[in-house]
Unconditional design. Structure first.
Length: 268
C-alpha cells in the first residue's frame, strides 16, 4: 500500500483575506498584473510566493506530484488556461501524463490580484482531477475543494479510504484487503510525524526526526476527502475518528491504535 499526501505544512501566523467586491474587481483585473500561488500544497504565504505565469505547479509538498512545463494562454484575463506534463515520482520511478490547468476568480489578496481558484484535469486519470479555491481553515488560508463546503469523507464498504482533517495538517489512509498489506497510515505535517497501525494492533511511529525524515509519498487511487470534526470513517477492520483534539485510529475489534495531534503520536 502507498500513501497519497496532499496536505501542506501549517502557516503559524494568522492572515487576513480581503475579498474584492464583484464587478469592480473583475473589471480591473485585466489592467492589473495577476499572480498565482503555484505551490498549492502549502498554506498561502509560507514557502509559496505569488508568481506570474508559473512554469510549475507543485501539488505535494515533497515534490512527488508536480505539473511541469506549463504553457499559458490569455494570462491576465478572468480565466486563463495552460497545458503541461504531470509527473508522479514513486519508489524511485516516475510517470508522466498530459495535464490541463485553468486558473480563475481573480481576488485581491495581500495587496495583489491573485487567481484564487484552479482546476487541474488529467484526461488519462480522471480520479486525479482537482478543483480547489483559496479558503479559510482556522487561522490558515489554504487551497480546498471548490464550493461552499468540502465533500465529507464517510464510511465506505471499500477496502481503501483516504481522508484529511479540516485543517489539512493530518491525512490518513485506511486500507484493508484482508491480506498482510492491510494497515492504517497517517501523516502529520506539523509537527512532522508518520504513524502506521496493523490489524494486530501494532503501532509504528516516526516522529521527532530531522526535517523531512518522516514523510509519505504519492500513490495510485482515489482522492482524499475531508473528514469533518466529530465524524468517523471505516475500512474493513479499521476505524478513524476526526476531532478537534486530533485523529484517533483503532482496530475495531480490540480498540488498539493511536491518537495523532499537535502534541505528537500516542498509543491507545
Amino acid at each position: 500500500m502507498t500513501l497519497t499526501w496532499r496536505t501542506a505544512a501549517p502557516f503559524a501566523l494568522a492572515v487576513f483575506l480581503a475579498l474584492s467586491s464583484g464587478a469592480a474587481a473583475r473589471s480591473s483585473t485585466s489592467a492589473a498584473q495577476i499572480y498565482f500561488y503555484a505551490n498549492v500544497g502549502n498554506p498561502i504565504g509560507q514557502n509559496n510566493p505569488p508568481l506570474v505565469r508559473p512554469s510549475r505547479l507543485i501539488i505535494f509538498l515533497d515534490g512527488s506530484w508536480v505539473i511541469e512545463n506549463l504553457r499559458w494562454s490569455g494570462w491576465g484575463a478572468s480565466v486563463t488556461h495552460a497545458t503541461g506534463v504531470g509527473t508522479v515520482r514513486r519508489n524511485g520511478t516516475s510517470r508522466s501524463v498530459a495535464a490541463q490547468l485553468t486558473v480563475s476568480r481573480p481576488t485581491l489578496l495581500f495587496g495583489r490580484q491573485v487567481y484564487s481558484c484552479f482546476r487541474l484535469t488529467i484526461p488519462s486519470t480522471p480520479a486525479a482531477n482537482l478543483n480547489d479555491c483559496i479558503r479559510r481553515a482556522g487561522s490558515l488560508y489554504i487551497y480546498g475543494p471548490a464550493g461552499t463546503t468540502a465533500a465529507p469523507a464517510t464510511a465506505s464498504p471499500k477496502t481503501d479510504v483516504r481522508f484529511h482533517t479540516p485543517s489539512r495538517n493530518i491525512s490518513c489512509e485506511l486500507f484493508d484487503d484482508k491480506t498482510s498489506h492491510a494497515e492504517v497510515a497517517c501523516l502529520m505535517l506539523s509537527p512532522q510525524a508518520v504513524v502506521r497501525l496493523s490489524p494486530s494492533g501494532r503501532v509504528t511511529i516516526c516522529q521527532h526526526q530531522p526535517q523531512n525524515r518522516c514523510t509519505g509519498n504519492f500513490g495510485e487511487g482515489g482522492p482524499f476527502r475531508q473528514l469533518a470534526y466529530g465524524s468517523s470513517t471505516k475500512a474493513g477492520r479499521f476505524r478513524c475518528s476526526s476531532e478537534t483534539q486530533g485523529v484517533t485510529c483503532v482496530v475495531i475489534a480490540t480498540g488498539r491504535g493511536f491518537l495523532i495531534n499537535r502534541d505528537g503520536v500516542t498509543r491507545v
